[in-house]
Design a protein around this ligand. Structure first.
Ligand code: GLA
Length: 375
């Protein structure tokens, strides 16, 4: 059944509009967004859809097909951070952050797999934000919506994420990756045409989800902030590798390694953009590999399933491979020659089987457009 029909069946009236917002993969620039660094994600074709109708009163009634389709109801005046069922907080948080003054009915449906590290939460938040912005003529720019949806996730949901996922879900452009300056949200669209060079970006969902995800992420953030404070800078973006080396003795060794990841990763993003612009895919692949090693050894956010995926892909001739997103599970990417997709996938599957891991899932996606109002 279409989302419009499902909405009418659930709420008894047709929706005023339907919007869609995508998930993402990040080519490179991991765990640098909350250090004011540069990232290079692209929007994937899998989307989250939001059907919305404005009410005459201040009632909020929301449902999600992925959460079983039951309606959760509340009042605008009762919206309060960290309240409501977990799935509902992403939607309520956006209504709250955008300071909506009218009641609404919302039904969500999503193609973005959750728990795969492909930003299903940002896709959900941005589909709702775009719908509210349109229907109430809030006239917020995309960077403003990115900040507001991030605020919804930080404060209402209680997840201390950076600004990357919401930005790419809103600002993605088909055929391009988004070079985003996470300090001022200025952007440059970088053309990415793997297919033209006979290449493909394989996305591998390891289906691992380790308990460390939440605590580990917050801990990394505070380690980075502690280093920035010791060095007297606003964020690690303002530190060179030379300055960091000089300060090494003043820092706990573990924090030094965390900061070394961030500082070298920001440098890799700028090299990766140059490699992409020069069609130097061998070079680009090497940067992906270096990023993975740094995330694994200095930042300590990889896990056995992600490392095995990367090794299995590289053993099969991938030009480069690395974990993406927050880590401790989720997905990896591998840049491969187009004809090798089957071979690489079965090599990864075999490796998972021998290790006794859950069978992984494979996706591929061209860089796609960001959030849209569909009608
Ligand atoms: C998660 C967060 C992002 C970013 C990545 C790591 O996806 O939501 O803000 O920090 O992890 O790069």
């Amino acid at each position: 059944m279409s989302l419009r029909n499902a909405f009418s069946e659930l709420f008894g009236l047709v929706p005023d509009l339907v919007t869609a917002a995508p998930g993402r993969v990040n080519l490179i620039g991991e765990h640098v967004d909350y250090n004011d660094g540069f990232v290079l994600p692209f929007a994937i074709d899998a989307r989250t859809y939001c059907a919305l109708r404005v009410r005459e009163d201040s009632r909020v009634r929301i449902a999600s097909k992925q959460a079983g389709g039951e309606i959760y109801e509340t009042e605008l005046a009762e919206l309060k951070p960290l309240t409501g069922p977990n799935w509902a907080r992403y939607i309520l948080g956006v209504i709250w952050a955008l300071e909506v003054k009218n009641g609404v009915e919302i039904l969500i449906d999503s193609e973005v797999p959750s728990g795969a590290g492909l930003s299903s939460s940002a896709a959900l938040e941005c589909s709702v934000a775009i719908a509210l912005n349109e229907i109430f003529t809030l006239n917020k720019s995309l960077p403003q919506l990115a900040r507001l949806t991030q605020r919804a996730e930080n404060e209402y949901v209680g997840v201390p994420c950076g600004i990357m996922d919401q930005s790419i879900s809103l600002m993605g452009k088909s055929g391009h990756a988004l070079l985003l300056d996470c300090r001022d949200l200025s952007t440059r669209q970088i053309r990415v045409d793997f297919a033209n060079l006979g290449l493909k970006l394989l996305i591998i969902d390891t289906r691992a989800h380790h308990a460390l995800v939440d605590g580990g992420y917050a801990e990394r953030r505070s380690q980075c902030e502690a280093v920035a404070q010791t060095l007297g800078v606003k964020a690690l973006r303002d530190v060179t590798i030379g300055e960091l080396e000089i300060a090494r003795m003043k820092l706990p060794e573990v924090n030094f390694k965390r900061a070394r990841h961030v500082v070298t990763e920001i440098e890799r993003v700028s090299l990766a953009v140059k490699a992409l612009e020069a069609d130097s895919f061998e070079e680009f692949g090497k940067l992906l590999n270096q990023s993975h090693i740094s995330l694994r050894d200095d930042y300590n956010v990889s896990c056995a399933e992600l490392d095995l995926t990367v090794d299995a892909a590289l053993n099969c001739g991938a030009l480069g491979s690395r974990m993406v997103g927050g880590g401790f599970g989720g997905s990896a990417i591998a840049l491969i020659r187009e004809g090798d997709a089957g071979k690489v996938a079965s090599n990864i599957e075999r490796a998972f089987q021998s290790a006794g891991f859950t069978t992984p899932r494979f996706f591929d996606s061209l860089p796609s457009d960001g959030a849209q109002v569909l009608n």
